[in-house]
Structures are given as C-alpha cells and as structure tokens.
Write a protein that binds this ligand. Structure first.
Ligand code: CA
Ligand code: CA
Length: 214
C-alpha cells in the first residue's frame, strides 16, 4: 500500500503536487503572495507589509522614516503604505508641495500690505487694525512727550511731525528759540539747554562765538 506524501495527491502510485495556493489549504496571510512549489508552497509579504508570510503586518513607514514626502508635508501611516499631505499654506500631492501665494490674489484693505510669510494682510507702519480697516495711529495723542519743547505734535495718516512753534526755528530734529535782534542786544550769552537755545540772563557778555541767533 502506497500513500502520497504530504503536499501530493493521488492513489499512491501516481501522485501529483497539490497547488495549495489555488485552494484554501494554504496558511498565507491575506497580505502575502502565495507561490506553489513541488510538494509545498511559500508565502511572501507584499510591499508595505512585513512578517514571515503566514503573518504580515503593516509597516509604519512614517515611524520608521521610510517615507518620501515633501519637506513641507506630513506623513500619515495607512495599511500597506503611507500618505503624504502638504502642510497648511502649501498645495500639492504631498510629494510636491508648493507654497500657496495668497498675496498674489489677495486684496488688502487700504493702508495695509499682504505679507508673504503669513499669507495675510497687515496694517502698514503708523496704522493699526480696527474693525476691518487700518486706522491711523495717533502718535501725538498716545505720547504727549513725543515732541521736544518748542514744538507741537501734528498727527497725519501713517505718521506725525513735530512742528516748531511760533518763535522757534528748526535745527536738525529740534526747535531752537528764534532770537530777535532785541533779545541779542542786552543779554548775551546763548546756551543750549534741554534742546533749546536759551538766553542766559547773565552779565553783559558778548554773544558766544559760533552761535547764530537767526
Ligand atoms: Ca503602512
Ligand atoms: Ca498718525
């Protein structure tokens, strides 16, 4: 009495190989490829899975850094593979991510500018955001000491200026007291004090050299 060996079928005289792959008798994991061999079969995990063939588990490509996403994309592990998705502010398939240039089409409110880095509008210098518009910042009202003595702060859209008061004259960024010939005649020592050219009511000294009173 002859009997076919395991993996073969027949009457013992004629034995043919069983194709385990085409029958349900194989133990291959559903995520593997079954290959029939003479008398047996083998299982090999498909791409994206790892194991001995009878067990195939998903490979976490993101965790293992075995992914190929754009540097502006996030990796997300999925069964049998992984997915790349561009981060906010970028568009593409995850392998290629291009910065979305919002500023190219964005219309900013008056006195504001679209900033590429943030893809949004920001009020220009000297303006501040107020209920959907960019309003002028009143530097003068906000800081009473903004201008030096002898000048008055004048607010204007986006800026301000220190305007010399009557009787004062611009000297670089300060306002000096404008002297009249009468002032100069009796007193006579001029001295800078707190940014202003002041008359020192001292002895009848002559005007210090180098100072022009007009
Ligand atoms: Ca995976
Ligand atoms: Ca202003």
């Amino acid at each position: 009495m002859c009997e076919c060996r395991t993996g073969f079928i027949g009457d013992g005289f004629n034995c043919i190989d069983i194709d385990e792959c085409s029958t349900a008798t194989n133990l291959c994991d559903m995520n593997s490829v079954c290959t029939n061999t003479n008398g047996f079969y083998s299982c090999e995990c498909i791409i994206g899975f790892t194991g001995n063939g009878t067990y195939c588990g998903d490979i976490d490509e993101c965790q293992l850094a075995r992914y190929n996403c754009n540097r502006f994309a996030n990796c997300r592990n999925v069964e049998g593979g992984y997915m790349c998705s561009c981060i906010e502010g970028y568009e593409g398939d995850g392998k290629i991510c291009n910065k979305i240039d919002v500023c190219l089409t964005k219309v900013c409110p008056e006195n504001s500018t679209c900033i590429e880095e943030i893809n949004d509008c920001r009020c220009n210098s000297g303006f501040y955001y107020l209920e959907g518009i960019c309003a002028d910042f009143d530097e003068c009202a906000n800081n009473r000491n903004l201008c030096k003595p002898g000048s008055t702060c004048i607010n204007s859209p986006g800026t301000y200026e220190c305007k010399c008061d009557a009787g004062y004259i611009q000297n670089q960024d300060e306002c000096d007291e404008r002297l009249t010939p009468r002032d100069v005649e009796g007193f006579l020592d001029l001295k800078f004090e707190s940014g202003i050219c002041r008359i020192q009511n001292s002895e009848a000294t002559r005007i210090s050299e180098g100072l022009t009173p007009f």
